[in-house]
Design a binder for this molecule. Structure first.
Ligand SMILES: NC(=O)c1ccc[n+]([C@@H]2O[C@H](COP(=O)([O-])OP(=O)(O)OC[C@H]3O[C@@H](n4cnc5c(N)ncnc54)[C@H](O)[C@@H]3O)[C@@H](O)[C@H]2O)c1
Length: 351
């Protein structure tokens, strides 16, 4: 077993993220004698709940995005009451980002807020969603529109659980990893380029290293901008293009992280950083991700024409003015946010 790394996130209140193979085994000691409930889905329950070694009732919810609705939220809250949770109890979120978002919101509401710990079991949830305290469910009007900031009391990111992820779910995480490496700087970007094969094999030490680096980056950004008023927005690098791709093809067709990968390359091209765009495209390809919009169009022949993508982008209301805003990277680690690009430049990028 590799040693665990512990990263402190200075949020209100502060908490620690424990990263490494075997991290889930430390969650039970953290919960201690407190009354707890584990929120998870059937698949993760069958595969990994035993690693917690926690004698607590399990509240099972649907898999993936289907868990993030009000009906499920209400059912989870009722289950907390049924199991006698009180203000001193702990909610344990065991699963991907969807479970963390749902269970975190339920914990923020139950008795006006009780503690919860994140036990992320997807790569995406380990490198991103489990840290930072954003929780949410979806509305018919859009994703994540009803939520709360409710930081976890601790995070246990166990690289050992990622071996069972479906290929698309693993790839989704890798797309976000490429984004994080570029935001972090040259050293992490070069490391990723040198370790693509190890990551594709899901080598536990390589994956744990990536999770640690991404968590350190996110912790820094969250500390400096806990409520995403400014700098934390850099985490949206590539996302304006990615959302347009997901919207134009119908959500679920292109895995989110695959769309983010192409989106990052497009953001670089839109910023006229062609040399870095080409480097990133090579990195994406070496990680099994789709490197370019033209390659994505080859795989999915309909819905990705320039006009559809521009229309989809207009629906994405990231900017206060209603115009899409972009995160632009001048070099690894040198990033600007809230950038408005001309329609002409965006259209040329998507042509
Ligand atoms: N709160 C945040 O800051 C934040 C950030 C990014 C994304 N998110 C949210 O995260 C969600 C996406 O999360 P995700 O990519 O983790 O996907 P997910 O939570 O939808 O899970 C995807 C699938 O993976 C399965 N799964 C989970 N762990 C597994 C394992 N170890 N082995 C086998 N199967 C496993 C689940 O059963 C599920 O079917 C979205 O709802 C998104 O809005 C939140």
């Amino acid at each position: 077993m590799s040693g665990l790394v512990s990263i402190e996130v200075h949020q209100e209140p502060s908490y620690r993220v424990h990263v490494g193979v075997g991290a889930l085994g430390a969650a039970a000691a953290f919960v201690g004698s407190r009354n707890a409930a584990i929120v998870t889905d059937a698949r993760v329950r069958a595969l990994h709940v035993g690693r917690l070694g926690l004698a607590a009732p399990v509240v099972e919810v649907p898999r993936g995005e289907d868990a993030k609705d009000f009906a499920t939220l209400e059912r989870v809250l009722d289950a907390f009451a049924h199991h006698g949770l009180d203000r001193s109890s702990v909610v344990v979120a065991l699963g991907g980002g969807a479970i963390g978002d749902l269970a975190g919101l339920a914990a923020s509401l139950y008795m006006r807020g009780i503690a919860f710990v994140q036990c992320p079991t997807t790569l995406l949830a380990q490198v991103d969603a489990s840290v930072g305290g954003k929780t949410a469910v979806n509305l018919r009007a859009g994703k994540n529109l009803a939520g709360a900031f409710h930081p976890p009391s601790a995070v246990f990111a166990d690289a050992g659980v990622l071996a069972t992820l479906d290929p698309d779910d693993f790839l989704s995480g890798l797309g976000e990893v490429v984004k994080s490496a570029l935001l972090d700087g040259e050293e992490f970007t070069a490391w990723l380029e040198g370790h693509a094969q190890a990551l594709l094999r899901r080598d536990a030490d390589a994956v744990a290293h990536v999770v640690e680096r991404c968590v350190r980056l996110k912790a820094r950004l969250v500390e400096r901008d806990p409520r995403e008023h400014g700098e934390r927005k850099v985490l949206n690098l590539g996302h304006t293009f990615a959302h347009a791709i997901e919207q134009a093809t119908g959500f679920g067709r292109v895995p989110h992280g695959v769309a983010v990968g192409v989106g990052v390359a497009l953001a670089l091209r839109a910023g006229e950083n062609v040399v870095l765009a080409q480097r990133v495209e090579r990195l994406l390809a070496s990680l099994g991700l789709v490197p370019t919009l033209s390659e994505l169009r080859r795989r999915i022949p309909s819905g990705l024409d320039g006009r559809s993508l521009v229309a989809a982008m207009r629906l994405d209301k990231k900017g206060a003015s209603g115009r899409p805003r972009f995160v632009v990277l001048d070099a690894p680690g040198a990033v600007r946010w809230d950038v408005e690009l001309s329609d002409e430049r965006v259209q040329r990028t998507l042509a």
